[in-house]
Design a protein around this ligand. Structure first.
Ligand SMILES: C[S@@+](CC[C@H](N)C(=O)[O-])C[C@H]1O[C@@H](n2cnc3c(N)ncnc32)[C@H](O)[C@@H]1O
Length: 281
């Protein structure tokens, strides 16, 4: 990666997670949509008494907006993200929520939680199956028996469709962003690494008098039946797996809408229950 003489902060490999305000500007308003999605699914699938505020852990909390909106909906929320900059921003912006720097593969809670959320493809930043199972098993350990896991992420199977390959692989997407008086342009290209089962992204940033800054990242491609198996191996029973509707899906989230289990769309949505018997794998 080349370094700019002046310009946005680059502490790690990701300009957006290094600059949380820029992240929120680039991806506006998922907080309310994600929180409504989670709350509707928890309302539908939760069992047990609802006496006190349900404890909820959000893993990969980013700028903290999903956690903050979930707290507004009545959850007792704590949140973890691996990026110290994201956590610092979230703490300053939403002081009512407990944000901690941590890795999805090592999350622990003092008390078991009723709900654990991992949204926005955070799980797919773990590239090996061992890491995915380590994270999911840790999530199970954080949940009370019967507690719910809600996942939202890219759908690996979308790339098996003509539309998926066309939309994701055939085009370079160009985005212009005005931020703190500077006009930035990003050019993003995706490619497949079949041997590693990864979707790789190369994003090149330029701005007046600055750049180019090249940033590479990748998401694990998880396929629906593989995900069911990994969840089962980690102590979960899959209750719902659908591609539409959803907070980032083509059709906007609505609790009443018919859910598609064709799984040809670009997002995967999962509700899974922690199984009661820890030995029942
Ligand atoms: C695309 S953002 C999603 C943020 C938020 N959940 C949302 O849906 O808008 C992915 C987040 O995952 C975090 N992340 C990546 N790898 C992680 C890991 N191993 N453990 C915890 N967080 C991780 C990143 O720092 C980033 O904030």
């Amino acid at each position: 990666m080349s370094s700019p003489a002046t310009g946005p902060v680059l502490a790690t490999e990701n300009l957006l997670t290094d600059n949380p305000a820029l992240y929120e500007k680039t991806f506006p308003d998922t907080g309310a949509r994600n929180a409504r999605f989670v709350h509707d699914l928890v309302t539908e699938f939760a069992t047990g008494s609802a006496g006190t505020a349900p404890r909820l852990l959000d893993v990969g909390s980013g700028t903290g907006r999903d956690a903050a909106r979930l707290a507004e909906l009545g959850y007792d929320v704590s949140a973890v993200d691996i990026s110290p900059r994201m956590v610092a921003y979230a703490r300053a912006t939403y002081p009512g929520v407990d944000f901690t720097v941590g890795d999805a593969r090592r999350v622990r809670t003092v008390e078991p939680v009723e709900v654990l959320t991992c949204l926005g493809s955070t799980l797919l930043h773990l590239h090996s199956s061992v890491d995915v199972v380590t994270a999911l098993s840790g999530f199970a350990a954080c949940l009370r028996p019967g507690g719910l896991l809600v996942l939202e992420m890219r759908n690996g199977a979308f790339l098996l469709t003509d539309r998926g390959r066309r939309e994701l692989l055939d085009e370079v997407s160009v985005r212009d962003i005005e931020w703190e008086g500077v006009a930035y342009t990003s050019r993003t290209a995706l490619s497949l690494d079949l041997a590693a089962q990864l979707l790789r992204r190369r994003r090149v940033w330029t701005w007046a008098g600055g750049g180019p800054v090249t940033q590479d990242t990748a998401w694990r491609l998880l396929f629906p039946e593989e995900l069911r198996y990994l969840l089962h191996s980690s102590g979960f029973e899959t209750l719902a797996l659908f591609d539409e509707p959803g907070p980032l899906a083509g059709s906007a989230w609505s609790a009443d809408a018919v859910r598609s289990s064709a799984l040809t769309g670009d997002r995967l949505h999962v509700v899974a229950r922690r199984r009661a018997l820890s030995g029942a794998r």
